[in-house]
Design a protein around this ligand. Structure first.
Ligand SMILES: *[C@@H]1O[C@H](CO)[C@@H](O)[C@H](O)[C@H]1NC(C)=O
Ligand SMILES: *[C@@H]1O[C@H](CO)[C@@H](O)[C@H](O)[C@H]1NC(C)=O
Ligand SMILES: *[C@@H]1O[C@H](CO)[C@@H](O)[C@H](O)[C@H]1NC(C)=O
Length: 463
């Protein structure tokens, strides 16, 4: 293994998850954490919200759509991955044969480095990361009082609640487990004072961290619904799948005034899909807006999340149980049975490992979910199967028969390795995928699925 590609959060529990025989059909232990007030502005502590299709970190400027990639790499970011001789001797040798370069000193000089080595990232087909969209619900609500932020694993919602004077403010965020296209922020503010209270929303506009160019944008008069469609500015090489459309509720642009004894409540809805036109997302938006009036959206989300999170692995050690519980939360929110893609080692909510798919998708992530969430665990198989021709080409280009799987790839299945030689060295991913397909079959005994996978299985065997 050249790269260590494991979700750090999951690292400590993965082996236990795989080898623990004790699975019970009891609900998971409820787990929530609060961010200490002193750390309220530290984004690394904020809850990760995802349903395996939409992913964001609460209040961070970027929102990701699983499988939407750009070839626009930030070389600074890439070079600053700790590629030092001591941390990664093999990769250091590949990037810098014979030494002579201080790799950790490459931060900010990667462009020059590539030029000197005559490496054109696009020409080689590598260089991809997940495209960023602006998080529509990243804002500051000016609160002077005590503020708490929790992640309620049992309910799959991140709540941010605050008490200011005597007001009760509650903000709830969730990526719907019932509808992969839906991300919701419900706001409720009760004024229990004897005078009017005023609140201001300040959106956190992210400077240039949007990889999409918008071709259509519409907003009906007097409506707080806005729709946009666009395409990735610099799509991944050979990608025809570069479109994205969404509709969302705009944040109040003027201060909210709440009279004594009254409650302000609003559901802000974001609906997104991989379409060139906004027609479909606009329909889902309207449907969701009519549903929200009686809390159907939230009820449906909870119902689906409960179904998805039934089954737990428990031990006699409470600390370990909490770690397993948070691991299962991270895994279950990273994959969506309605979306035929794996997830990257950094999960849906971050651009860790550039959002690319590795052997981790099958060996560490899917295998850990196999017994409790086989549908989610199976998503990688559909992704791999759809890339059969790519794998045949890759084997052929190295003078072999059958299918060879590309070490790191995005939506097109092209080699997206920063160090193309690493891809050649990482041959084991092909056998890892076969191992995963076999494990999946042993758990599900789904012959229909197996017949869909037959070609890939035989092709790997030929290799
Ligand atoms: C709205 O509610 C109906 C009935 O419960 C449901 O079929 C539909 O999927 C819901 N729409 C969304 C967008 O959740
Ligand atoms: C909730 O709203 C939907 C859509 O407006 C409607 O069809 C449904 O009957 C409502 N359910 C209840 C319990 O009021
Ligand atoms: C319980 O689990 C934690 C976390 O994995 C571990 O550090 C601790 O040693 C365990 N306690 C016992 C008694 O095994």
């Amino acid at each position: 293994m050249v790269y260590r590609t494991i979700i750090p959060l999951l690292q400590s529990c993965l082996f236990l998850l795989i080898f623990s025989a004790a699975t019970h059909a009891t609900p998971e232990k409820a787990l929530s954490f609060s961010i200490p007030e002193s750390d309220i502005s530290n984004p690394s502590l904020f809850p990760h919200i995802s349903n395996g299709f939409i992913g964001t970190i609460l209040n961070s400027p970027a929102l990701y759509i699983s499988s939407l990639f750009t070839s626009e790499l930030e070389w600074l970011e890439a070079a600053c991955l700790s590629i030092s001789k001591s941390s990664n001797p093999i990769l250091a040798e590949i990037l810098n044969p014979g030494g002579g370069y201080e790799l950790s000193g490459l931060c900010g000089k990667f462009d020059a480095f590539l030029k000197e080595k005559e490496i054109d990232p696009l020409e080689h087909g590598y260089g991809a990361r997940k495209a960023r969209l602006q998080n529509p619900f990243a804002y500051t609500l000016h609160l002077n009082g005590r503020q708490l932020t929790d992640l309620q694993v049992d309910l799959d919602v991140a709540t941010s609640s605050a008490t200011m004077y005597n007001d009760d403010v509650q903000l709830i965020f969730y990526a719907s487990a019932a509808n992969k296209n839906l991300y919701v922020n419900s706001i409720s503010i009760r004024n229990s004072q004897e005078h009017e209270v005023v609140y201001n929303f300040s959106p956190k506009l992210n400077r240039g961290s949007d990889d999409i160019s918008y071709t259509t944008q519409f907003q009906k008069d007097n409506s707080n619904k806005i729709c946009k469609s666009g395409e990735v500015i610099k799509p991944e090489k050979e990608s025809e799948d570069k479109y994205v459309s969404f509709c969302y509720t705009t944040l109040p642009s003027s201060p909210i005034r709440i009279k004594p004894g009254e409650t302000y409540s609003e559901d802000f809805i974001f609906v997104v899909d991989r379409d060139a036109s906004t027609d479909a997302v606009s329909r889902i938006y309207d449907d969701s807006s009519s549903n929200k009036s009686n809390s159907t959206l939230y009820a449906e989300h909870l119902k689906s999340w409960t179904a998805k999170s039934t089954g737990a692995i428990t031990t006699k050690n409470e600390t370990l149980n909490e770690q397993i519980s948070s691991t299962m939360y991270a895994l279950r929110t990273s994959l969506n049975a309605d979306h035929p893609f794996p997830t990257s080692p950094g999960g849906t909510t971050t651009n860790g490992y550039f959002g690319l798919y590795f052997w981790d998708s099958e060996i560490w992530i899917a295998s850990s979910l196999l017994l409790l969430n086989p549908l989610e665990a199976a998503t990688s198989s559909h992704y791999r199967m759809s890339l059969l021709d790519k794998y045949k080409q890759f084997a052929k280009s190295n003078g072999n028969e059958g299918c060879r799987i590309v070490w790191q790839s995005g939506s097109t299945g092209n080699d997206a390795s920063l160090a193309p030689f690493a891809n050649l060295a990482e041959e084991h991913i092909t056998a890892d995928t076969a191992f995963y397909l076999r494990s999946l079959y042993y758990v599900t005994r789904d012959d229909e699925w197996l017949s869909d996978m037959k070609e890939l299985v035989f092709c790997i065997a030929d290799y």
